[in-house]
Each structure stands twice: as C-alpha cells, then as structure tokens.
Write a protein that binds this ligand. Structure first.
Ligand code: ZN
Length: 496
C-alpha cells in the first residue's frame, strides 16, 4: 500500500515515532512480497546519475545507509540490522517475523513476507498451534444460552472447527437481557439488587451482547444457567465455556433468593455470595470436564484475583484495563505468578493498547512464569506468531522435572543492576532459559550485567533470533530498554 512520502521542508521528525516502514502499512498490517536490498536516506535529492550507480554509495549527504545484511532469525522485535551509516545508535531495521535474509544484488537483502493466505482458522491451526476457538457471537441474548443461528447451522459451524483439529467454546456473562422471554417472569428472583446494568443500553437493536442486567449466583438463575449450558454443550458438541466476570461475587441485597441481612440499626444490607459463586463454578467445571475431558473452563476476571471462586477453572484471563508499571510488580507477583495458585494466568495487556500485543507485557509476565494472550488471530497475525514463537521456546523448559527459579528467591543468576530482574527455568539436562526484564527508566538502553554462579563455561544465545550474548568472567552482558525483555538460552560449553 503506497504511503505519502516526505514533502519539501518536512522532516523525518514529523513521522510517527520516526519509523520508516518498508512494505507494510504499520508493524501489524499489510505485507508486500519484496526483496529489500539496500536502504539509503539522503539529506538531498539524488540525481539520475547517482540513482543509476551500481550501488548506493556512502557520502557526506547520507543520513542512513543500511545494507540489510544480517545473519540472525528475524523475530520482529529484537533482531536489528546494523546500518553502516545512521544518525542514532538504535537506528537498525527490525525485520518482521517470517522475513529472511537472502542473497540479493548487493550482497544480502531481506525478503519480506506476505500475509498468509486462507482462512484465519487454517492459519491459526497450522502456523500458531492454536488449540481452542472462542466464539463471541453465538447467542441471541446475554445470559440466556439460546442460539443466534439455527441448531443445524450452529452445529455445522462447530463441526467445521472440529475438523480443523480445534476445540470450540462459547462466551458467556452472568446477566440477562430485558428482551429475553424469561426476564419479566424471573428477573425479580434472579437479579442482583440493586439492579445493575452491565453496560449502557445500545441504540442499535441487534447490538445487545452486553446490554443486560446482572444476575446473582445465589439465585435459581445458577440452576438455569448450568442446565442451559449442559444442554447446549451436549446438543451442539461444545468443548467448554468462557465466563466474562462470572467469578466475581457481586454485592447483592435481593431477599427473594436469600441475599442480604438486617443490621443492628435495622438497615437492610447486601452480602457477597462467594460460596454460591464457588458452587456455580464447581458445577460448570464438572459439566464441562465430565462431558469433555479435554474441554476448557476459561475465566476472565480483572482487577482482582478471587481464588475461592476461580479454583474450578482451567485458566484465568486477567489484567484488562489495568495498566502495567514497575510500581505494580509486588502485586503482579501475587496475582499473576502461576506457581502461587496453581492455575495458569494469561493477561490481555493493558490500556490503552490492551487489545494489541506489546512486548512490554511479556517483560512483566515472563519473569513471573505467566503469559500474554493475544486477541484475534484474524488480522493481527504477527501478534499471534510472536506469541507462538515465545511459547515454542519456553514450553520445553516448563515440563515436569524442570526447575523454576524466580527473581525473588535465591538463584544462580544474580542481577548486578537493581532494576533488571532475572527469572529462569532449568531443565534436568542442565541447560537454562533465562527471562530478563528491565524496569530502569534511563533513556536509551541499560547495560545489564548478570553474574552466573555456575561451574564451567557457558554459552548464551537469544532463542528467538539465534544472536549470541557475551559472557565475560561469568558475567552475562545484555542491553535492555525500559520494560524490555530478553529470553536467554544458557548452555554449558563442552570441554575441549
Ligand atoms: Zn443475591
């Protein structure tokens, strides 16, 4: 896609983030299947003779000259080319994941990738190792598990997903839409009191996904919800359930189902139905796994970790609208470090880019053995591919028998920089995968030194790019930016 170039008197500083994008609209969308051989940016227009020269030459008017010659594996983030001429020390090009260095007219160049063809489902399964597909638009009303499609069409949709080797599960929320046929008859008994509208009513009649009133887990609504889910699961061959906030035990004073109490001053007060919510989760977990042993109970809950109600799930998806910052590290450690609670944690990222992958989320998650879940296999393929690459690299270090060495416990890996934190996984075969995250706000990059209290000689590589890090006198050297991370594979060098 053609983008407007600079016009006379315009400077590169007016470009967003001073980034020159080649062959793509931005870092996420559009790909052009070019081979990029050389990049030269000059301070003046070049004449025809200069442009016809056999190779872009370096002279006093060159601001940037990058031969795009590298030997690393592009990971779209850390692997950078080394320009021969540049105005800034960090001015290397970052080839997108999937690009390769190939022979070109002037030495080596970068072959850019094209957007993978075919359906997102095929792509997600073949290239990302995606195992579960979550459907958001499957029911007619929030809270009532009735189908938007006819049972036959719905069933065939699920069959198509199963044929791709994926599990299929559905989005739910514990609220009921006022248009639902059961609302008039049952809401007084099912509802949270005071009435709590999940979101403001939409002016669009069909956009009623969130336009609903909250129900209480302590009410017979739970029986209705669990039974409806079991019915749909069996009839339509679902593999699980996604719950958006259902695990929150919301304050309720509805005496129609037993919530609330009168205080010593005679005032009616609400109660938090935490045990009823826990029982609801138990039942949903049992329905799912008795029918589908490989099924999933996926709990989405942000702003808190309520373990009594989230114990009966397979994964917690949290952190939405909760901006990350180094000040939050102690809280992140308590809430997100999976080893503390036994349930895997995935985060969305945070506002304002909570729907988009950003490597800073991984800086917070990897050192706590938690993950980032990228949203949307469709259209943001790099986000998915980058996540898949990180997962492929770290999962072999998380198998039974592997050791977890978090930064807050004694470990052979000792950061010499207080704002650089190191956690590691160790395998029985004797190698380590280090997750190193930097929270120093110093401008540019921070020189990080990590003492390796290990016997023998060791080699350190970036498993995503195959670049080698230097180790001098058992000190590993890395350069990291603010909220930046590196994975480092540490292997013992065989004796000569
Ligand atoms: Zn209640």
């Amino acid at each position: 896609m053609a983008q407007a170039g600079l016009v006379p008197k315009e400077e590169a500083k007016t470009l967003p983030h001073e980034i020159l994008a080649l062959g793509a609209g931005d870092a996420w969308r559009h790909r052009t299947a070019f081979v990029f051989d050389e990049v030269r940016v000059s301070s003046r227009p070049r004449n025809a003779t200069e442009l016809a020269a056999s190779k872009p030459v370096k002279d006093k008017d060159v601001l940037l000259l990058d031969h795009l010659a590298g030997s690393f594996t592009p990971d779209g983030e850390h692997g950078r080319t080394a320009p021969e001429v540049s105005t800034r020390p960090d001015a290397g090009g970052v080839p997108t994941l999937g690009c390769t260095f190939v022979p070109a007219k002037f030495g080596r160049g970068v072959r850019a990738v094209v957007q993978p063809p075919g359906s997102w489902l095929q792509f997600a399964h073949d290239h990302l190792g995606l195992t579960h597909a979550l459907d958001w638009r499957w029911h007619r009303y929030m809270g009532a598990l009735d189908l938007l499609l006819t049972p036959e069409v719905f069933r065939s949709r699920i069959e198509a997903i199963h044929r791709k080797g994926l599990k299929y599960y559905v989005y739910t929320y514990k609220a009921i839409n006022p248009l639902h046929p059961n609302y008039e008859e049952y809401f007084h008994e099912w509802g949270l009191h005071p009435r709590t509208r999940w979101m403001n009513p939409s002016k669009i009649p069909t956009a009623r996904n969130y336009d609903a009133d909250s129900t209480c887990a302590n009410s017979p609504y739970t029986d209705y919800f669990v039974a409806s889910f079991e019915k749909v699961l069996k009839e339509s061959d679902l593999d699980g359930i996604y719950m958006d906030g259902n695990t929150k035990a919301s304050l309720c004073a509805n005496s129609h189902h037993g919530c609330g109490y009168r205080d010593s001053k005679g005032q009616w007060q609400g109660t938090y139905p935490i045990f009823a919510t826990r029982e609801m989760l138990k039942r949903l977990y049992a329905v799912t796994h008795l029918n589908k042993p490989e099924g999933i109970v996926d709990v989405h809950q942000s702003f808190c970790l309520c373990i009594p109600t989230t114990s009966f799930c397979d994964i917690i998806y949290t952190g939405e609208h909760e901006p990350f910052s180094p000040e939050r590290l102690p809280e992140i450690r308590v809430r997100y470090a999976r080893r503390a609670w036994g349930i895997p944690i995935e985060t969305l990222g945070s506002t304002p880019l909570y729907l988009r992958y950003a490597r800073r989320y991984w800086a917070y998650m990897l050192i706590h053995d938690a993950r980032v879940r990228p949203g949307g296999a469709n259209g943001r393929n790099d986000m998915q591919r980058k996540t898949a690459r990180i997962r492929d690299v770290i999962e072999p270090f998380r198998e039974p028998g592997c050791q977890w060495l978090p930064y807050y416990r004694p470990s052979p890996f000792e950061s010499r920089t207080s704002q650089v934190l190191v956690s590691a996984w160790g395998r029985p075969k004797g190698d380590y995968m280090l997750a190193v995250a930097c929270f120093a706000k110093a401008a540019g990059t921070t020189e990080s030194r990590i003492k390796l209290n290990l016997n023998g000689e060791w080699k350190a590589t970036n498993p995503l790019t195959d670049e080698v890090f230097s180790i001098e006198n058992k000190v590993l050297h890395l350069k990291l930016g603010y909220e930046d991370f590196r994975l480092v594979h540490l292997e013992k060098t065989p004796r000569q």
